[in-house]
Ligand binder design. Sequence first.
Ligand SMILES: [Zn+2]
Length: 432
Amino acid sequence: MTRRNPPAAWAAVVVLLLAAAAALLAAPATLSAPAAPAVPAVPQGSAEATLEHLKALSQSIGPRAAGSAGDQRAIEYVAREFEALGYTVQRQSFPFHYFEEVQASALTVLGAAAERISPFTMLYSTSTPNAGIEAEVVAAGLGRREDFGGRQVEGKIALVERGQIFFSEKVANAASAGAVAVLIYNNQPGPPAVGTLAGPSRIPAVAISRDDGQSLLRRAGTGPVRARLVVRTISEQRTSFNVIGVKRGATLPGEVVVVGGHRDSVPVSPGANDNASGIAATLEAARLLARTPTARTLHFVAFGAEELGLYGSRFYAQNPPGTIVGMINMDMVGRGPLQVGNSNDDNRLVELAEQVARRLGLRVTRFKLRGSSSSDHASFESAGVPTAFIHTGDDPVIHTPNDTLERVDPALMAQAATLAAQLALEIAGPVR
Ligand SMILES: [Zn+2]
C-alpha cells in the first residue's frame, strides 16, 4: 500500500468543504430553521455486536462465493439484520459472470521424481481437456509482456511469479506468447493466493505456493521439466444481488450517502477479514444511525460479486438511485492500523474522514490504493463520486482458507463502524 501526505493547501480545502457542507445542509434547515443543527456524536460501535456478525458470516455461513448457496444465505442474513433495525430492504439484482470449479485442479510434475501439487484454480480459468494438458514448464518471470520476449513458450506451460501486474494480464501475456497454461506462484510464504482473471481466460491458469513455485524454478533451471495439469470449471452469466438498507432522507431524499462493502468471498476462503469484517462494520454503522433522522437518504449496501470484478458496486454506481453525494467503503477492517484513503486524487471525503476521526479520538493514517488490487469504492470513483475507503491494510492470508475469525480484532471493526457512521451523518446531515 502507498501512503502519501497531502500538501498543506488541503487544510484550507477542508475548511472550505465544511463551510460548503454546512451551507448545503443549512439550506433545508434554514428553510425551516435559521442555523444548521450541530452534528451530534454517534454512539460508540460495539465490538460484541460486530463479532456476532463476523461469526454468522465467516463461521456459520463460511465461504460466500458469488452465486453460491453460501452467498444466498449471507444475502438473507444481511436483509434480516437491516429489517430488524427498521431499514427498508431492497435487493438490487445485477448480471455477473458466474464461475465454479467442478473438481479440484491437479498438477503433476512428471519424471523419475513425479510429484503431485495441489494448485488453486484462478477465478474464471478456462478448463483443460478432460485428460489434462501435458507439456514442458518454462519460467517467465512476473509474466509481463517483456518477460516473454526471447523465451520459447509456444505449446508449453508458463511458470510466473505473483506481483506488479494483474493476474489477468499475466495470463493474457502468456496466451499471446503461445503458452498452453499458466502456473502463478505466490510471492508470499504460505498457501497459494487465488485471484480473479476478471473474465473467462483464453488458457487455463492456477495458483501454487511460493515453495512449490521455487522448487519448480530450481528444477527447470537444471533441465527440461514436464507436467500434467487438469482443470475443470464452469463459467457462465448469472444473477446476484446488492442488499440495500434504506433510510429515506427527511429534506433531501433525492441525495444519497452510500455506506457499505462487499459481502462475497472467494470460493476457498471463509473471508473473515476479507470481507465479513466490512459487512459486520456496515451493519453496526446502520445500527448506530438507526434512530437518527437525516436530511439526505442513507443507503447501507452489502455489494455482491466484488471478488470476481466489482460487479455489484459497478452496477449500483452505473444505475444510481439519485444523486450520490459520497461513498464510504469498508473492506478488510479487522487486522492492522486503521486507515482512510481511496484510489484517485479527489481527497475531499478522505480529509473529512480524518477530521471526524480526530474528533472521535481515533488514530488513522492515510493511504492510496494503487496497482494490482482494488475494491468497491473504485466503481464510485469512476462515476465521479467522492469516496473514503476505511481499511486496515494488506493481509497476506486473504483469499486463502486461513482468513479466519480468530485473526480479526472486533475492537477494530467497532472503530471502523463508529467512524463510518459519524462520517455518514456529517454528510447526510442531521435534522431537528
Ligand atoms: Zn475484499
